[in-house]
Design a protein around this ligand. Sequence first.
Ligand code: AMP
Length: 426
Amino acid sequence: MISAVKGMNDLFGKRAMRWGRMEEDIRRIVENANFTEFRTPILEEIALFKRGVGETTDVVQKEMYDFLDKKGRHVAMRPEGTASVVRAFIEHGIAMNEPMPFKLYYIGPFFRYERPQKGRYRQFHQLGIEIFGDETPQMDAEMIFTACRVLEHFKIDYEVHINSIGCKECRPAYREKLVEYFSSKKEHLCEDCQKRIDTNPLRLLDCKTCNPKAKYHDIPVMTDNLCGSCDTHFKQLKNALEIFHVNGIIDPFIVRGLDYYTRTAFEIVANTGGSQNAVAGGGRYDNLVSDIGGPDTPATGFAMGLERLFDLISEDFYTEPLISAGYALCDEAVDDLVHFAKHMSHHPVRFFADYKPKKFKKALQKADKAGAEFMFIIGEDEAKDKKILMKNLNTGEQKLFGQHEVILIVNELLNYESGKFSATKV
Ligand code: AMP
């Protein structure tokens, strides 16, 4: 038997329906905040991620799905969205052709060769938003607020952790302080962190393997080492977050896995009865556009993991749609059922027909199995009189309609559905 590739999931049935509705809600929320969709390909040249995400990051060093195509080009399946969007932003001259700030979002699959476990997959999905051409801390606050609005819509309990990781001016000196601090502790660090001292010392701060932040309590932090303009930016960010009513907890150990961040970095963790679950993260990346060869353009954004979001949404957040089913009990009734199905298809009700004639008892069993709450029956008598029998499978109540009385039937279904919906709302 051939099974799915490790770490990649199928989605169908009720879960697929709920996922679709979750995506629709997300699109509505971010589109109302004036973000427009931006689609980029799954495949990019690997050089983009090496330059954009950073050679020393885990994502690039260990987790890339990369291969040579038939012409020997080295390509990779996108591990995150920002680098691709920045590539497209430069390629299409958006800085010249569109009004700034340019606000966009994307929803789609991403690929990382990680060890699969709950909440961590090799194909996963993200909502991302990015804002180009605005360096203000207020725009960072709006960006973080947008992530919060999504979580609040789904009634999720969360915490926002914020930090500033400085800029080209102040970070090099801080980096040196970290190198100096950890050099004397090298033998107590994990193998990866021993290498990170030289390649990417900031990543020592959020290492989950040797966890230095739990062991040492005098690690120098970036927020004590910011230059004047980064310090002002961070203060104004905190102020704007307060106005947005976002309660950001200052966490100097948020450094993010990707190299491109400047100043604002944040993560959102969901509180799930004792445990915490990283659901979104992002920050400012003022140098990435110019590093990849574009015009100097400040930018900020976040990515939210949709599998993690999906698992946090309560089972009863979405009510199931009302399903009704139509059956013919004899050959003479089949064409009538086809007519009925055609007319029902024009209305906003979820109806399906089963055209193969069957006994009443069998039809009842099939309707029940399909989760239908209403069943329509055309038997010999009904076919003769051009009638159709409607049966409420919850109450057993039956009503006879003329086959052409589709509007009456649909109204009956919609009223029942809205009654059920308001009953569950109370
Ligand atoms: P990142 O792009 O690493 O900042 O990740 C942003 C968010 O995407 C995380 O907070 C997770 O919710 C989600 N995420 C990242 N990697 C995975 C993965 N392998 N599987 C599922 N979700 C992921």
